[in-house]
Design a protein around this ligand. Sequence first.
Ligand SMILES: Nc1ncnc2c1ncn2[C@@H]1O[C@H](COP(=O)(O)OP(=O)(O)OP(=O)(O)O)[C@@H](O)[C@H]1O
Ligand SMILES: [Mg+2]
Length: 373
Amino acid sequence: MDPFRYGQVVSGEYFCPRPELAKALQGYIKAGQNVYVQGERRIGKTSLISETVAGLPAHRPVYIDLLGIKSVDMLVKEIAAAVIRMGDKRDNLFERMGKYLARLGLSFSFDPVTAFPSVAIIPGARPDGPDSLDAALDLIGSIHTAKRPVVVILDEFQAILGLKNHAGIVARMRGKIQFQPKIPYVFAGSIRHKMEALFVSPDSPFFKSAVQLSVGPLDEKIFRKHLAGRFKKGKREISDTVLDEVFRVCDGITGDVQQFCSALWSVTEEKTRITEKALPEALAVIFGRERAGYEATVENISEQQLKCLVGVARHGGRETTGIDFLGKTGIPLAASAQKALERLVQLRILFRQRAEYRFTNPFFREWLLSRGF
Ligand SMILES: Nc1ncnc2c1ncn2[C@@H]1O[C@H](COP(=O)(O)OP(=O)(O)OP(=O)(O)O)[C@@H](O)[C@H]1O
Ligand SMILES: [Mg+2]
C-alpha cells in the first residue's frame, strides 16, 4: 500500500513531527489565546492544527471549514454541524440545540438509518443573517467549560471576505469572539494578502486580535528522514540524489513533496533502490492525472500571459520587468508583463512570494517545460 498521503489532512505515522510549531500552538491554545496560522498552500497548516489539538486531550475541537461558504446561512449551518460533530451526551445537545434553534433558523435531527445527528436550514425560517451568526457563536460559548474546554478552528478563514457585507459580518464576529476570552480561536488561511487584510491591517476589526503563527516548509533534514522511512515502509529505498530533485521541483512544499514521492513509489518495484531513472516516469504519472487541468489553463489564458508563464518557468520569477526577462519572453513593455503576471496571480496560477512570482503548482511548471512551450 502507498505509504504516502497527499491532498488530505495527515496524522499519526503519516505526520512528520513539527515539535516547535506544535509546542507554540499548544501553548496558545492552553492559554485561551487566539492565533492566526499563516502559510502557503499545501504546506501543512490543517494537519499541524489537527495533530496538535489531538495532542491536547482535554480540548475539544470545533472544526469549521469556510472553503466554499457563500453566505452567513451556510456559515451558521457549518458552525452548528461542527458543534454537533464534536459534542457528546454530556453536552445535552438536543436540549441545547432546542434553545438555539429558532435563533439559528435550523432544524436538528438524528438520521434514522445512521443515527448521526444532522442539521438543516428550515425553509422560510431564515433569521436575519448576522443574528443567527451571533447565536451560533453563543452556542459555541455555551458548551465551553473550564474542565471541558473547546478550541474553535476556522479554516480557510479568508473566505469570509467573499461574503456579501463581509465588513459588517467580520466586525460582528470579532465583537462576539472578544467576549469569549477563554476560548481559543485558531484562524487558518493560505491566501496571505487576504489573511493580512484581516489580521494585520489596522482597519480590520481583527487587527491585533490574534498572534501569528507562520507555517513554512518542514525542516528538510527531518522531512527527508521521514520520507526515507516511508519508502522503507513501502519496501523501497530512495537515493539522496532523487530526493534532491524532488525537493528542487517542489521547492520543499510539503504536500507536493508527498505527491511526488507517492508517484515515485507507484512507478517502482518492491525491494529496489529508486534512482533518477524513475523521476520522469513519476512525473508522467502526475501529468497524466492533471493534464486536463493544465490544458484548460493554457487554453484559457492570453498569448501574453502564456509567454510570461513560460518565462517564469524557464528563467524564474524575479526581475520580471527587467530587460533580460522581457528580451527572453519577447514581451515589448514592462507594463504588459506586469499586467499579465498580475492576472496570473489573480487566477492563482502564480503567487507572489516577496519579490518573486512562483508557480502555485510546481508540476504544471514541469509540464510546461517538458512540452517545450
Ligand atoms: N507534518 C506533515 N508531515 C507529512 N506530510 C505533511 C505534513 N503536513 C502536511 N503534509 C502533506 O501536505 C499535504 C497538505 O497538508 P494540509 O492539508 O495540512 O496543508 P494546508 O497547508 O492546510 O493546505 P491548504 O492550504 O491546501 O489547506 C498533506 O496531504 C500531506 O501530504
Ligand atoms: Mg488546509
